[in-house]
Write a protein that binds this ligand. Structure first.
Ligand code: MG
Length: 149
């Protein structure tokens, strides 16, 4: 899977599950909104709502980072190698059984990437290109970026 494929899949899954419903274009919005076009925000969105959702999406990204830390605190240094499963969320008796939720440092690192892909998709960012460009820049930086740690 390429970064481009991950981004597209993460964004589509998020759309399909309603996480961008509040940002969809309404009747009152000009579909040729200059800001949306400038930023390459998908045609289905109101640019202002997408931009205003960035702090919330960043907070959710932080939450995934915190989950990595929490697992480390729970399991110690070997937590990264564990791949445990949480019980599925409690549902109504009539609801079909859900699969157990994978839960470990590996999965939370994946969640970080998925949330980055989702937000990049909503903002019209080519994340794969950005990663390549930033890694190329980082390779030119001095040892420890000129700092002590
Ligand atoms: Mg998570």
């Amino acid at each position: 899977m390429t970064i481009k494929e991950m981004q597209a899949g993460a964004f589509q899954n998020s759309l399909d599950h309603g996480f961008w419903d509040a940002c969809r274009l309404g009747d009152r919005v000009d579909p040729l909104d200059a800001e949306r076009v400038l930023l390459s925000i998908p045609m289905i969105f109101d640019a202002d709502r997408v931009i205003k959702s960035i702090p919330e999406k960043v907070a959710l990204l932080h939450s995934e980072c915190s989950e990595v830390l929490e697992i480390y605190r729970e399991r110690g240094a070997y937590g990264a190698a564990d791949n445990l499963y949480d019980a599925p969320p409690k549902m109504l008796d009539s609801a079909p059984a859900l699969p157990k939720k994978p839960y470990g440092i590996r999965e939370e690192l994946a969640d970080i990437l998925i949330r980055c892909g989702d937000l990049a998709g909503a903002l019209g960012i080519d994340l794969e290109r950005a990663v390549k460009e930033k890694m190329a820049y980082n390779a030119t930086r001095p040892f420890k970026h000129g700092k002590n740690c």
